[in-house]
Design a protein around this ligand. Structure first.
Ligand SMILES: Cc1cc2nc3c(=O)[nH]c(=O)nc-3n(C[C@H](O)[C@H](O)[C@H](O)COP(=O)(O)OP(=O)(O)OC[C@H]3O[C@@H](n4cnc5c(N)ncnc54)[C@H](O)[C@@H]3O)c2cc1C
Length: 467
């Protein structure tokens, strides 16, 4: 049963476009599609965003379907929230103003794999794991390898500009995008050319990278793919301090050594640097040799390949678990995973290399004052990309949550004040919405002007990206 926000006649029009089976109005479906992996317990001040449910879930099967739905929505001013795998962790698919959740997962065709061009052309809703399997048959692989490979979609990862295990060599998901097809708010279909660089005008594909669906719906993407590596070498290195490992990573990048995987993690049991080298044999040998020499120079002790191989094998476990216990389930089930816990947050900040260690020191002071403990510090893929897993200590559950929220706000603002960004891979969503203008400055006026020009009725994922 549709709710008051969208009249029955609107739902009937959607049914005419997509067929009855692709228009969901059952309260159970509206609930499970109204959000992602963010629960209110980690929303810290954005809990009100969860009050509305979607009015309807629409499941287009083609670019033409998307175009027809957007035309209809634009005429009535109905919000449209593109929905990929629903695995985001910032609430970017939460329908804060109700409207149509547009589930792209029927658009899951791999349209072409071209080993000569080193590209794959895919529909928006292809799950990364399916792309990976199809590429493997031709001796190829994608460059983006997040924990969420089994559950996230190509267009969702483009729209959040995600980072994965192979980003040391291949960069974030945005770097894999060769070309895009996108449907604009008024239903027009725009596509860019499948060449790696253009000097003939601005690069419009970049408008959609990391834009969380506010400028239109990505319907197809041409993605860079890579040959399966001829050689693959894992290496683990232990350090006495995070600083030593960090300095080794910075030196490697300065030299031009490019491991595929760069993961320096400090936990209670010590500091481990996980490295993986992939590519042609001589390149792998040369990179490994120099990287390990750099680590030794900074006090690293060689652990051999085993710990890193084990870590690599386990890398998708959290997503496999999420798939079974939470994905596609009602919100009450997804959110109950955190009930009774004291709370935690996982922060992913980007800073200039020269400021990372100073940032860490300043965060330690803030955390110590507010009774918050860091249980993991890490850099992932590049020395600039720094993360902290934090938990509150002591106090009642409510007081700890408030304290955690205040601390998160302080350390995110500190990253901005030190010339960095508050998030390097998960997007903004509802969780960080209030802080984006602070980071963007005049840039936010540019985003606003683009939005006004492309989507004057503000139908595309309204209430996101500070818009
Ligand atoms: C267990 C687990 C592990 C994770 N590991 C990682 C990780 O290693 N690295 C990482 O970066 N992230 C990780 N994430 C977060 C999440 O997987 C990523 O943010 C992912 O990029 C989201 O993809 P999705 O298809 O689920 O997108 P969704 O969550 O469905 O959507 C994300 C955003 O993209 C927009 N969008 C989706 N499809 C389209 C489209 N076709 N056109 C326009 N906009 C669109 C949505 O509106 C929304 O704003 C993890 C999440 C979980 C639950």
């Amino acid at each position: 049963m549709p709710n008051a926000a969208l009249p029955n006649s609107f739902i009937d029009s959607l049914v005419k476009i997509l067929g009855r089976e692709n228009v969901l109005t059952d309260p159970y479906d509206l609930d499970r599609y109204s959000g992602d992996a963010l629960s209110p317990s980690r929303a810290f001040g954005a809990e009100d965003s969860f009050e509305r449910l979607a009015d309807v879930v629409a499941r287009p099967g083609s670019t033409e379907d998307v175009s027809a739905v957007l035309k209809l929505a634009n005429e009535s001013g109905a919000p449209v929230i593109p929905y990929g795998g629903g695995t985001g962790v910032m609430g970017a698919v939460v329908p804060v103003m109700g409207g149509i959740v547009l589930d792209l997962q029927r658009m899951n065709e791999i349209l072409a794999i071209n080993p000569t061009d080193m590209t794959a052309e895919v529909e928006a809703g292809v799950i990364l794991e399916d792309l990976e399997s199809a590429l493997a048959l031709q001796g190829l692989m994608p460059g983006h390898d997040p924990y969420s490979v089994p559950i996230a979609t190509v267009a969702g990862t483009i729209s959040t500009n995600g980072v994965g295990y192979r980003a040391g060599a291949h960069g974030p998901m945005g770097d894999q995008v060769v070309a895009l097809e996108a449907v604009l708010a008024d239903g027009r279909v725009m596509s860019t050319r499948a060449v790696p660089n253009q000097s003939s005008g601005p690069s419009l594909k970049h408008l959609f990278i990391g834009s969380e669906g506010v400028f239109g719906v990505i319907t197809k993407a041409t993605i860079r793919v890579f040959r399966m590596p001829e050689a693959r070498v894992f290496a683990g290195v232990a350090f006495d301090t995070f600083h030593q490992g960090f300095n080794a990573a910075a030196e490697m990048f300065a030299l031009g050594v490019r491991p595929t995987l760069v993961d320096l993690t400090e936990e209670d049991d010590g500091v481990t640097f996980h490295l993986l080298f992939e590519g042609f044999k001589e390149g792998v040998q040369a990179n490994e040799k120099r990287a390990l020499a750099v680590c030794a120079q900074f006090g690293g002790r060689m652990l051999g390949p085993d710990p890193t191989m084990a870590y690599w094998e386990d890398r998708r476990q959290s997503a496999e678990k999420y798939k079974v216990s939470a994905l596609g389930k009602p919100r009450s089930v997804r959110w109950s995973r955190w009930r009774g816990r004291r709370g935690f947050d996982y922060l992913h900040l980007g800073l200039p290399i020269s400021r990372v260690l100073e940032y860490r020191r300043r965060c330690d002071v803030i955390m110590a004052k507010s009774g918050v403990r860091v249980i993991e510090y890490a850099i992932w893929s590049r020395p600039e990309l720094f993360s902290m897993l934090i938990v509150p200590e002591g106090g009642t559950a409510t007081a700890s949550k408030d304290r955690l929220g205040e601390t998160v706000q302080q350390v995110l603002e500190l990253a901005q004040d030190m010339g960095g960004v508050m998030e390097y891979c998960h997007g903004v969503g509802v969780k960080l919405n209030h802080l984006l203008a602070r980071e963007m400055g005049v840039g936010q006026d540019v985003v606003q002007a683009l939005k006004q020009a492309l989507d004057p009725n503000n139908i595309m994922n309204p209430g996101k990206l500070g818009l």
